[in-house]
Ligand binder design. Structure first.
Ligand SMILES: [Zn+2]
Length: 129
């Protein structure tokens, strides 16, 4: 997690009123007496968002948590993967991928192993007349 500012109670109250007491994620009004609410970065800090009033909104705590888990975390992970790929760094798998393997094949015919199919009787090379 990126280092972030701690906002005082006065600053939190100002953000709450400046954002019209409205959740920026669902658009619903926040009833602070009964619902938890958070300061939320509209553009996540890890994606380069500013840690100031231009980027801070208020959100219901449940909306904020859902949005963080379902949108921000995957987006940040994808951004990190892209950055590594652009630097030419390949992600190393945490363990070797195990396949189910192949079924053991029938052994190939070898000179030492007789044929199974019936053979013609040997032909005589020289016939006495
Ligand atoms: Zn909401």
């Amino acid at each position: 997690m990126t280092a972030r500012k701690r906002w005082s109670a006065t600053q939190r109250a100002r953000f709450f009123h400046d954002n019209h007491e409205t959740c920026h994620l669902c658009g619903g009004r926040i009833n602070a007496e009964v619902e938890g609410w958070d300061l939320s970065h509209e553009i996540p800090l890890e994606l380069g968002g500013a840690d100031d009033a231009t980027n801070i909104r208020v959100a219901h705590r449940k909306c904020h948590r859902k949005h963080t888990a379902e949108v921000d975390v995957p987006t940040i992970a994808e951004a990190k993967r892209r950055e590594l790929r652009n630097l030419g760094i390949k992600a190393t798998p945490s363990r070797k991928i195990q396949s189910a393997g192949f079924q053991k094949a029938q052994p190939q015919r070898r000179a030492s192993k007789p044929l199974d199919k019936p053979r013609l009787p040997p032909r005589q090379l020289y016939v006495e007349r």
